[in-house]
Write a protein that binds this ligand. Sequence first.
Ligand SMILES: NC(=O)c1ccc[n+]([C@@H]2O[C@H](COP(=O)([O-])OP(=O)(O)OC[C@H]3O[C@@H](n4cnc5c(N)ncnc54)[C@H](OP(=O)(O)O)[C@@H]3O)[C@@H](O)[C@H]2O)c1
Length: 256
Amino acid sequence: MMPEIRGLGDKVALITGGSGDIGGAIAAGLADAGATVVITYVGAESLAEQVVESIAQAGGCAEKIQLDQRDPEAIDACIADVAQRHGRLDILVNNAAWNVGIPFPDLQALTPDLWDRVMETNLRGPFLLARAAAPLLKASGQGHIVNISSAGGISPGSSSIAYSSSKAGLNHLTRCLAVALAPEVAVNCIAPGLVEATRMANRLPEAVARGARRQAVLGRVGQASDIAQQVLSFVLSMSISGQTIVIDGGMPGAMR
Ligand SMILES: NC(=O)c1ccc[n+]([C@@H]2O[C@H](COP(=O)([O-])OP(=O)(O)OC[C@H]3O[C@@H](n4cnc5c(N)ncnc54)[C@H](OP(=O)(O)O)[C@@H]3O)[C@@H](O)[C@H]2O)c1
């Protein structure tokens, strides 16, 4: 018998980096399924407001909070703010990330400061968010964390060694948190390859994007809506935890 798929009507979701292309799509997808969504942004307040307004126009419920997730105290304050506003948190999507393009062989260009900025944003931030949110997610009884990683965390590639390593760390953090927060919280991860029509992807030379589409066995790479749909799929299930799923159109190099 097929399990009944319930909506997210009574759930509250926090999506970091909701002002970004993928975070905005995830927020819209969860709001569409009925969740109240809180998105974070660090500097792009007007982009965050656009996401909030477009969700409201579609009949959903959304709010924005400014958060620099390099700051541990700001993370605790953000979660406390969500708790005060809503009294609960059921879903945390660790989507925010920062990157800078440094060719892998140029080791000297990857300075300690850049390394730390990437790691603080992309790996320490998600851990501290999970740490701060854990009591609320556990209290939910059916809590979810979905981390947004990268195919670069599986096969060496993407914008820099630091970014690729931060995402590899996030993939393993997913497994560690799945053990740490069970059985009340499921923790999963999505590792996108190139995602079409995102600012991050648009910064790549067209030849790189063309190459990715050509290598993908399905002849296409991911869209932001594909990532949003997978987040929804994870948060509707309490039968999957500790998994990282790659969304890249099927790159032979990233198949494990
Ligand atoms: N786009 C792709 O092709 C692709 C491929 C693989 C993986 N991914 C992953 O997918 C996720 C979303 O990517 P995207 O393309 O949507 O990126 P994006 O449009 O550049 O959005 C990045 C988001 O992270 C936020 N952010 C950056 N630094 C932050 C900080 N210190 N504290 C808090 N928030 C911070 C940004 O806030 P502001 O808008 O306020 O600056 C923005 O909301 C990321 O984890 C990325 O690594 C993307």
